[in-house]
Every structure is written in C-alpha cells, then in structure tokens.
Write a protein that binds this ligand. Structure first.
Ligand code: TRP
Length: 322
C-alpha cells in the first residue's frame, strides 16, 4: 500500500446503539456509553468544544507538541505509520505531520463514518504522498490481525491524544493497552495524552462552558435517539449537568430530567423521575506518577514525559518494556 487511500467500514450499527440505550436506560442508575455521543453531529459539537477558550485541553496539547516537536520527531521510528484511536478532526495529526518527515502512513479509526471520511479525504488532499487507510470502527474492538495487515511494511505508532483515555473505564483501558501492545510490538511506540488533576473551578469551566456548547453536545444524545430510534422526546426536558466527583477525580456529565418522563423505545418503556439523571460520559483526571506506575505494571516503558507550562496536561511517549 503506497500513496493510496483506502477505507474499511466495520462500524457499529444503529442496532447496537438501540440495544445499548435500552440496556442503559432500564437500569437503576441510568447511563449510556460515551461512544454514542460521537455521531456526526456530536463529533461536530466536540470540535467546537475543542475551540472554546475554556476547554484548555486543546491548547495545552498543542503547546506541548510545538515545544517538544524535535524530541518527538526524533523519537519516532523511521518509515512509520500513525494509528489514531478516535481520530475526530485532522487537527492533531496535521500537527504531527508538520513536525516529522518520518511519517509515511496514517490509519485513522473513528466510529463516525461521515466525519471520518470527510477528515481523511481532506488530509489526503493536503498530503497526497501519505498512505491513508481509514477504518470506521469502535477502537475498543479492533481485530489486531486485520490492523497488522493494513500497516504491514511500516513501523507502527499508536496515537491516542486529547483526554480520550480518561473517558474509558479501568477495564477498557487495560483492554486498549493490551491491544496496543499487539499493534506496536517491539519496535513501535505509543503517543498518549493524559489530562491532569487541577482545580475544580478550571475543570467546571471547561466542561460546562459559558456558550453552552458542551450542553448541546450532551443533549445531542436525545436528538440522536429521536433521529435513529424513532422516539419523540423533548430535549428541553433535560438539562446538561456537569459535576466534579472528588472521590473519583473525574468530571461527570449527566442529562438531568427536569420533570417526570416516560417514553418508549420499541416495546421497551423508559421512565425517569424528575431530577433523575442519565450519566453520559466521565473524564478522569490523573496524577502522572500514578499513571506512569500503572503503565509500567502493564508492560509499558515511559520514555519521555512532556508537560505544558501550566502543567494541566501531559503527553507520554511509550514503548514496550523489553
Ligand atoms: N474527551 C473529552 C474529554 O474528556 C470528551 C468531553 C468533552 C467530555 N466534554 C465533556 C467528557 C464533558 C465528559 C464531560 O475532555
């Protein structure tokens, strides 16, 4: 595969969205998988979040990539391909491409098909010499043999920027790291973004912004249900509710019912009492030493650690322990 554009569609369907929502909303504590927030509309809202002044994550990470450009570039294996989990927009890969000539291939993986196709085609126009193979899939359920075939001939670098790892459960993180070990093998690397613990004030501003974009992002889940599951729920009956859970060091995003609610998804009856919430996403905030120790216990060596000046965020360069 040289200088080519390929696309593989392994995307979860509306059926799995429907099943997950039914299971999640018929439990005592209602919750849905964060993955469902990222349909095309949701991915667009998330991009708008990334541009908000209050959402420090984007700028902290860009500052790190700018400052550490040379170091990161030299640490990448020659003739490498970047495998990005949950790629979203082309902003982050574009920054990496500017900083290193060693990158010859790019494998963006995302569940939002339209969004993925738009971004990867745009990137291919800007970098026609890049070998791009876009995969529409849930990055937690990759077939590593399939990935190995796609990246054959290149040295793999798994790229998981932003604070996406913080959106996963402990089990999902372990699974993702085991999968990553298989993909990168002895020669490859992982570039991982970790969001750090900071004051509640800064966090709440970032996750409950003054323009209400995060609220729209969260409420899009209700609109998506109306679009895909034939419900007819008034999204105004829900309020975006972001809290900092101090015991767990995480921001939680909920949809709070403003009144008693009752609706059907097919034959399944869903009821919510006033003030009851649907937990839609969490964003874990880490301590870099604890997280590095954890990475070590699961077989990774932390080769370099890059902070932004405010120490809000950190980028880790990882390889497998020998
Ligand atoms: N990956 C983003 C983050 O953790 C997703 C996100 C944006 C988010 N806004 C949110 C997660 C609000 C929870 C709550 O920062």
């Amino acid at each position: 595969m040289k200088m080519s554009f390929d696309f593989t569609d392994l995307a979860p369907t509306t059926v799995s969205f429907r099943d997950d929502v039914i299971v999640g909303l018929t439990q005592q504590l209602k919750k849905t998988s964060p993955m469902h927030l990222y349909d095309e509309r949701g991915s667009q809202f998330f991009e708008q979040i990334c541009e908000l002044e209050e959402y420090y994550v984007t700028r902290a990470e860009m500052e790190i990539f700018d400052a550490a450009a040379l170091h990161i570039s030299e640490a990448l294996p020659s003739n490498c391909t970047i495998v990005e989990y949950g790629s979203g927009s082309d902003r982050k890969i574009s920054q990496l491409l500017k900083l290193s000539k060693r990158i010859k291939g790019y494998v963006p993986i995302d569940i939002s098909k339209t969004f993925l196709l738009k971004m990867s085609k745009k990137l291919w126009q800007n970098y026609p010499h890049l070998d791009i193979h876009a995969i529409c899939a849930n990055f937690l359920q990759l077939d590593t043999d399939h990935i190995a075939k796609i990246i054959d001939g290149y040295n793999p670098v798994v790229f998981f920027p932003g604070s996406s790892i913080g959106n996963l459960s402990a089990d999902e993180i372990t699974k993702l790291l085991m999968q990553t070990k298989k993909i990168i093998g002895g020669q490859g690397k992982m570039i991982l973004g970790i969001d750090l613990q900071k004051t509640e004030e800064v966090l709440l501003q970032a996750y409950d912004d003054s323009k209400g974009v995060t609220a729209l992002f969260n409420k899009n889940l209700i609109h998506r249900m109306n679009r895909e599951l034939q419900t007819n729920i008034d999204a105004n009956c829900f309020k975006h509710h972001a809290i900092y859970n101090e015991n767990k060091n995480r921001i939680e995003m909920h949809l709070k019912a403003l009144q008693d609610l009752h609706f059907w998804i097919g034959d399944y009856e869903i009821t919510l009492q006033k003030n009851e919430t649907i937990h839609t996403e969490s964003s874990q905030k880490y301590n870099v030493d604890d997280f590095s120790r954890f990475l070590n216990t699961v077989g990774f060596k932390v080769e370099s650690i890059f902070f932004d000046t405010k120490k809000y965020f950190v980028v880790l360069l990882l390889a497998l322990k020998k």
